[in-house]
Write a protein that binds this ligand. Structure first.
Ligand code: ISE
Length: 341
């Protein structure tokens, strides 16, 4: 059956998801683009061939012609709309974060457990990026020996908003690393420290974090939202017998005038396009089969990222190492995830 998908939010990410649903998800129909800004919803709907537009997020979720939902509206709407999807019995792919509040993540987890079935897939798309897939497989295969450290840096060209802060680097950008490092290592975090260097201007300085894991490993994360030179996300996993590093991904190299150069993407949409496509195809399969994808992130992963981010902000503000304190993983989320990638 063709699944009819509504995309809630016609901003940067909503437009990207709408295009992917329209062009790259076999067996899916882009049914509705929903945004409070009717003109913006119509513009994306016209560009992507959506069947309809709407301006009522809660109403769209219950529409009879909508089988599943992608939530790409502002962060503060993610948890309430995910709960509304659960209440309506609709599966949802919610863009990260599930919530910046761990308490609110727990509310969504409680609603999903009460419903007795998985409804929420979370949009930590790095798990579908080929570089992290290969990194995780190399560790699982034993090529590296036991994992000791994972070094990560995540550099944006410039902050997405003028009022961006160091704390927001931890709550908005770093959750990608918080999630993908624990996914690759198969572990949880026990502590975090966070520091910033001083810039010579008034732009937000990088944030450098060191996290300890329950398996005695170290994870280092640099978030630099004002790197200037390009969108550059890399990592290196260091084992007792070897290491594996993520290259900058560039399809071409230009050689001329005694020099050689490759280009960086301007932002994450180009660098992770294939990951978004794989993620959204996995979501469509989840909707059609009910099998939650084996490597997808869920509400528990959203809760873990929120707890570590909240603790990281405390560490940054206090200048002191902070203990990461989480609830025990509910059995509902401990069961092995579905089949396939
Ligand atoms: C943004 O919200 C994202 O999710 C991007 O993937 C990330 O690279 C960027 O730093 C965030 O601001």
């Amino acid at each position: 059956m063709s699944i009819r998908i509504a995309v809630i939010g016609a901003g940067l990410m909503g437009a990207d998801h709408a295009k992917i649903v329209a062009e790259d998800i076999p067996g899916a129909t882009l049914q509705v683009i929903c945004d409070m800004d009717a003109a913006r919803a119509k513009s994306i709907a016209d560009a992507c061939g959506a069947k309809d537009t709407d301006s009522d997020p809660e109403g769209v979720i219950t529409r009879a012609d909508v089988d599943a939902v992608i939530v790409a509206s502002p962060d503060f709407t993610h948890a309430p709309l995910s709960k509304a999807c659960i209440a309506a019995g609709k599966r949802v792919m919610c863009e990260k974060p599930l919530s910046q509040s761990s308490a609110e993540c727990l509310e969504v987890m409680e609603a999903e457990q009460a419903a007795g079935a998985r409804h929420v897939m979370l949009g930590f798309m790095r798990r579908y990026d080929q570089s992290y897939v290969e990194m995780r497989a190399a560790l699982a295969k034993g090529d590296l020996g036991r994992a000791l450290m994972m070094h990560n840096f995540h550099r944006n060209v410039e902050t997405p908003a003028a009022d961006f802060t160091g704390a927001m680097a931890i709550t908005n950008s770093a959750p990608h690393e918080f999630d993908v490092a624990r996914h690759v290592l198969g572990t949880e975090y026990t502590s975090i420290t966070a520091h910033q260097p001083r810039r010579s201007d008034d732009r937000v300085a990088p944030v450098v974090m060191v996290l300890e894991t329950t398996d005695g490993q170290l994870v280092t994360i640099e978030i630099n939202n004002n790197a200037a030179y390009g969108y550059d996300v890399r990592a290196e996993l260091v084992g007792e017998d070897g290491s594996i590093a993520i290259n900058n991904v560039a399809y071409t190299r230009t050689d001329s005038r005694l020099s050689s150069s490759t280009r960086y993407d301007a932002d994450w949409r180009g660098r992770y396009h294939e990951a978004y496509v794989r993620q959204n195809r996995a979501f469509a399969a989840f909707v059609q089969t009910g099998h939650f994808p084996a490597i997808a992130s869920d509400c528990w992963d959203g809760y873990c990222a929120a707890v570590v981010a909240e603790t990281g902000v405390t560490a940054l503000r206090s200048g002191m190492k902070q203990t990461v304190e989480m609830i025990a993983q509910p059995a509902f989320y401990a069961t092995p995830k579905g089949i396939g990638a």
